[in-house]
Design a protein around this ligand. Structure first.
Ligand code: IDP
Length: 150
């Protein structure tokens, strides 16, 4: 059956990637986009947006009870972000692997080639975002692009 599969037998998947405000400020956008394309992702859509407090709070609603939430919302509203829909086989896990651990300080020690190690600053200002599951990928793609992404 493999030879009849239209896509080499590989199902593609979509994920939401975001370059956070510190990433845009630090001029990391081109470098990150190049790394994305060189790693075999297709950038299906992209746009630069500014989140207000309501939208940032909605996006990170699952963290609303955390002590770092007010600071996170302030950070996410501190400047524009670049959101992208990435597509490839295993996109969700592969993009998460590329960005590295949440805490950029730890990423520098344990995952020196990750994007967060190269561009991030600390546990909050970590330069990039990636959906962590199929469900969150669908939610986050609709959040920015008003469709399911399925
Ligand atoms: P993720 O972005 O790696 O999926 P999450 O745990 O979902 O990590 O946290 C969402 C975002 O909240 C992080 O990317 C980071 O910006 C911020 N954050 C997470 N944990 C902390 C923390 O302990 N202190 C400050 N900010 C944090």
């Amino acid at each position: 059956s493999g030879i009849f599969a239209s896509n080499g037998g590989m199902e593609t998947e979509k994920t939401l990637a975001m370059i956070k405000p510190d990433g845009l400020r630090g001029n990391y956008t081109d470098r990150i986009r190049r790394a994305i394309v060189e790693s075999g992702f297709r950038i299906l859509k992209d746009r630069v947006v500014e989140l207000d407090e309501d939208r940032a709070s909605q996006f990170y609603a699952e963290h609303s009870s955390k002590s770092f939430f007010p600071s996170l919302v302030k950070y996410m509203t501190s400047g524009p972000v670049c959101v992208m829909v990435l597509e490839k086989q295993n996109a969700i896990a592969d993009w998460r692997a590329m960005i590295g651990p949440t805490d950029a300080t730890k990423a520098k020690a344990t995952h020196p080639n990750s994007i967060r190690a190269m561009c991030g600053l600390d546990s909050e200002k970590n330069c990039v975002h990636g959906s962590d599951s199929l469900q969150s990928a669908h939610r986050e793609i609709s959040f920015f692009f008003e469709e399911t992404g399925a």
